[in-house]
Design a protein around this ligand. Structure first.
Ligand code: ADP
Length: 518
């Protein structure tokens, strides 16, 4: 619209100027021609008059001026006869006017031009008083005439340009109205075209957003043969193909989950038999020779690992099937931490790790499923001991208005950059060779994260090689309440900077168990 407005303004003013110039030039041409013939006629009348006395000459001048100014209704020409500036003879004939337009209306530059070049006509556009007080433009044409005995006089023809002005006013009004109509039309066309193009694009964007948010059955309307319809058809074809592939993947994933679940279930019965046989062999290992006795021990340990792997697989299958449910109880997290320490104290003793607890400022009570949270904390503390290289493991509790948190921190091997996010992947291990024989099942943290999610909570990891790791469990105090921030920091404060916990509580272990500190 703005462009249209600019074009209309430029074109309008250019055309207006051309029309105005044309009209004025035409009028000037006819004015010059009229003035030439009328001046000639006046001069011949003065010439033929012969020598007259002053009164008769004045009378003649009035007659001539009266005749030269248009007679009757056509008042389109006024005449002024006045003494030339350089005529210094006796003023026998006064200035003669045919109307109100008098000598003051004639610019002195025009008079000067005639004085300078008396043999030629001089033309100028001036303003003269019109009807009802307004001024109107007029063309004034001046030339010299010679009056008998009175000498050089100037004869001016004033041609009012009133009609041209009116024509130009009509033209300007027409241009303005036409311009406004054109710009409005342009705007309307632009609006309609934009609607036609933009609306389908907006609808396409909406459908794409819905599709991205998982509503795979969303499709675009695609009628007709235009570009938008083609876009719609391609989009729908893409959505069909995506939907098909996602369904296939979902089916595949379901089949895999089902397979894992079925295999785990199927393995349970033979494993129970193997377990019983293994126990029997293990119990009577003293009766075997040493190499067979060692094999009996290995068998016993591996059956243990096999059993825990199987139970972890079954647990993961339950999460995948969406069958996991919470059994909520209002629980003090200090007790949960106490139980986790108790169950890992034997491991801590073996590894020589000291377990330190930093209690919360206020009671850490939350609605949790104690069995699941026990499992998470047991896993975190066992990992911290396992990867803590015999150094102390610190367990801190924190609480705020909405959430409770526990951090388990060790100063052992730590995590390399990027590993903090990968530790929660199923079967992921930083060192596969080491962990497959000595570590757990590789599913511990994956299950812990699912347990935390089931509570609507978070499980985060941080680690730096050689500095240690920190795992933080944050749970909402009440079910359905979303957590905004964790009461405890994940990253330990830098060495030398003030600790994020009060110093006195940091130095006051709630309960220490295992290793040198127990
Ligand atoms: P695993 O049974 O192997 O311990 P997890 O799921 O508990 O399985 O842990 C996965 C991997 O995360 C571990 O193999 C180990 O590489 C890494 N990890 C877990 N806890 C720590 C820790 N405290 N420090 C360093 N690495 C850890």
């Amino acid at each position: 619209m703005l462009l249209g407005l600019i074009v209309v303004l430029m074109l309008g003013s250019y055309l207006y100027q051309r029309i105005a110039d044309g009209l004025v030039n035409d009028r000037l041409l006819t004015a010059r021609a009229e003035a030439t013939s009328q001046t000639r006629a006046a001069q011949s009348r003065f010439d033929s008059a012969g020598r007259l006395d002053a009164v008769s000459l004045t009378q003649l001048a009035f007659d001539v001026v009266g005749q030269l100014s248009s007679p009757g209704a056509d008042q389109s020409r006024e005449v002024i006869l006045t003494r030339a500036r350089n005529n210094t003879g006796p003023a026998s004939v006064p200035t003669v006017l045919s109307s109100d337009v008098g000598l003051p209306n004639v610019p002195s530059s025009l008079r000067g031009a005639i004085a300078a070049d008396p043999s030629h006509q001089q033309v100028q556009i001036i303003s003269i008083p019109g009807a009802d007080g307004a001024t109107i433009p007029a063309a004034v044409v001046g030339s010299r005439v010679t009056l008998p005995a009175a000498g050089q006089y100037e004869l001016y023809f004033v041609f009012p340009l009133e009609r041209e002005q009116q024509t130009l006013q009509v033209v300007s009004r027409t241009f303005t109205l036409g311009g406004i109509a054109l710009v409005l039309l342009l705007g309307a066309v632009a609006y309609v075209v934009t609607r036609i193009v933009v609306d389908p694009v907006r609808r396409a964007a909406l459908v794409a957003e819905r599709l991205a948010s998982g509503r795979l059955h969303e499709r675009m309307r695609a009628h007709g043969e235009d570009d938008i319809a083609r876009l719609g058809k391609s989009f729908n074809a893409m959505a069909d193909s995506l939907q098909k592939q996602i369904r296939q993947l979902e089916d595949l994933s379901r089949v895999q989950q089902r397979f894992v679940s079925d295999v785990s279930h199927e393995l349970r019965t033979p494993l129970t038999t193997i377990r019983m046989a293994g126990d029997l062999i293990h119990d009577s290992r003293q009766d075997f020779d040493p190499s067979v006795a060692r094999s009996a021990e290995l068998l016993y340990n591996e059956i243990d690992r096999f059993e825990s792997l199987l139970s972890d697989l079954l647990e993961i299958s339950r999460f995948d099937a969406g069958a996991a449910a919470l059994d909520l109880e209002s629980t003090d997290l200090c007790n949960t931490v106490g139980r986790a320490i108790q169950s890992t104290s034997a491991l801590a003793d073996r590894r020589g790790s000291r377990l330190e607890v930093i209690p919360p400022d206020s009671p850490c009570v939350a609605e949790i499923d104690p069995r699941r949270v026990d499992r998470i904390l047991r896993n975190l503390v066992a990992n911290a001991i396992e990867y803590g290289e015999g150094r102390p493991v610190t367990i801190q509790l924190g609480v705020n208005a909405r959430a409770v948190a526990v951090t388990v921190r060790d100063t052992g091997v730590g995590l390399r950059p990027g590993e903090a996010a990968m530790v929660f992947n199923r079967f992921w291990r930083a060192d596969p060779a080491r962990a497959r024989t000595t570590g757990g099942t590789g599913l511990g943290l994956a299950i812990s994260r699912e347990d935390a999610r089931l509570h609507g909570g978070w499980l985060h990891a941080w680690g730096e090689p050689g500095v240690g790791s920190c795992f933080r469990l944050t749970l909402p105090r009440h079910t359905g309440v979303s957590i905004e921030s964790s009461p405890l920091p994940l990253r330990p404060p830098a060495q030398g900077s003030p600790a994020s916990v009060p110093a006195e509580s940091a130095s006051r272990p709630l309960k220490a168990s295992g290793g040198a500190g127990s």
